[in-house]
Design a protein around this ligand. Structure first.
Ligand code: MRU
Length: 352
């Protein structure tokens, strides 16, 4: 299947990065230029660019922008040390999505394995690697959609959480790519879109993408999901991931775990869609994943309006972890991974 690109949210412009600033969506489509590693750090931290694969891509370009400032005449050891510092700095922008550290490690490894080259050539190689990470993500996302299609029943009503589309990836999306392919194959009746409290990635971003793609959908508040399932209005759930550990436990946007519990209570299949760059082979289980906690303002305010009294105690984890036992299957570019005999065996076979 071929799809026309509806937008490009991350564009490398020879010397700088241009991104569609997601904080203005859906009201305004504003592109901003990022010309320093600090600006890329800020854009990731403030969710101007967000979604696990997109953070990895932006981080990779940010690294190339950062090392560009290092002197061409320096010896390899000094260059490598400073590049490492820039990599660690960018990696500190957000902790949960592994795609960021995965992309930065790929760049550092590439530099190390070419240490005999002059610094200016290492900089060029780094940029080529960042472009390759970006291009590869487009291919991975397309393959995820193609592979996920077989799981979609006819006349499907698919519920999704957060945003997993072209805004969150190089193109097509992860869970969104399954939706896109299902629609194109004539198998989709509609998408239920969880609004995704507190930052409303579902309401602001997923609906914006679905509208652009002319895919039918209905927006619901997160807490309506159980009622929808109880009424028999949902055939399957597909979500993205920020980090999948070796045993299949999956970190994704807060609210994903409760969705999985409810889906299991109603015997509705619950799928996770993600590329290999989201699988963390260094972590054995979900409790090892660092969960980002964000500002309390995201909970005490709705936009600029205060919705809770001053000085209330707030807990605002941005992600939760869905245990592998609640996941019906994981959809990857290398095919569908099922829990039998166990996720660990298949993840190691396919990705180690
Ligand atoms: O905090 P965000 O908006 O970056 O969180 C994004 C998600 O949790 C997505 O579901 C996940 O990154 C998958 S994106 C293809």
């Amino acid at each position: 299947m071929s799809f026309k690109a509806l937008f490009q949210s991350i564009v490398w412009n020879n010397s700088h990065l241009t991104i569609l600033d997601q904080t203005y969506l859906p009201e305004r489509e504003i592109y901003i230029d990022l010309i320093s590693a600090e600006q890329v750090w800020e854009a990731i931290r403030k969710l101007r660019v967000r979604g696990a694969p997109a953070i990895g891509i932006a981080g990779a370009y940010g690294f190339c922008i950062g090392i560009r400032e290092l002197p061409d005449h320096s010896d390899f050891q000094s260059f490598y040390r400073e590049a490492g510092r820039i990599s660690e700095y960018l990696n500190s922008s957000r902790p949960t999505a592994v795609n960021l550290s995965w992309a930065l490690k790929r760049l550092m490894d590439m530099i190390y394995s070419n240490k005999d080259l002059p610094v200016n050539e290492l900089k060029e190689l780094a940029l080529k690697t960042a472009v390759a990470i970006h291009d590869e993500d487009r291919r991975l996302c397309k393959a995820i959609g193609e592979n996920g299609l077989e799981l979609v029943p006819d006349n499907a009503r698919i519920l999704t959480h957060c945003n997993t589309g072209g805004l969150a990836t190089g193109e097509f999306g992860t869970a969104f790519s399954v939706v896109l392919h299902a629609h194109s194959a004539g198998k989709l009746t509609k998408v239920w879109v969880d609004e995704t409290r507190p930052l409303l990635q579902g309401a602001r971003l997923t609906t914006w993408e679905l509208q652009k793609a002319e895919i039918p959908f209905t927006l619901n508040i997160d807490s309506a999901a159980a009622f929808l399932m109880q009424q028999g209005l949902v055939d399957m759930i597909v979500v993205g991931a920020d980090r999948i550990t070796v045993n299949g436990d999956t970190a994704n946007k807060i609210g994903t775990y409760s969705l999985a519990v409810i889906a299991n209570a109603h015997s509705i299949p619950f799928y996770v869609a993600a590329p290999y760059s989201t699988i963390d082979l260094k972590l054995e289980k979900g409790s090892d994943i660092e969960i980002e906690e964000r500002d309390e303002d995201e909970v005490t305010h709705f936009g600029s309006k205060r919705t809770a009294p001053k000085n209330v105690d707030v807990y605002n984890p941005a992600f939760d972890v869905t245990p592998n036992g609640l996941i019906t299957a994981i959809i990857t570019e290398k095919g569908i991974i099922r829990p039998e005999p166990d996720y660990r065996k298949q993840i190691m076979e396919k990705f180690a």
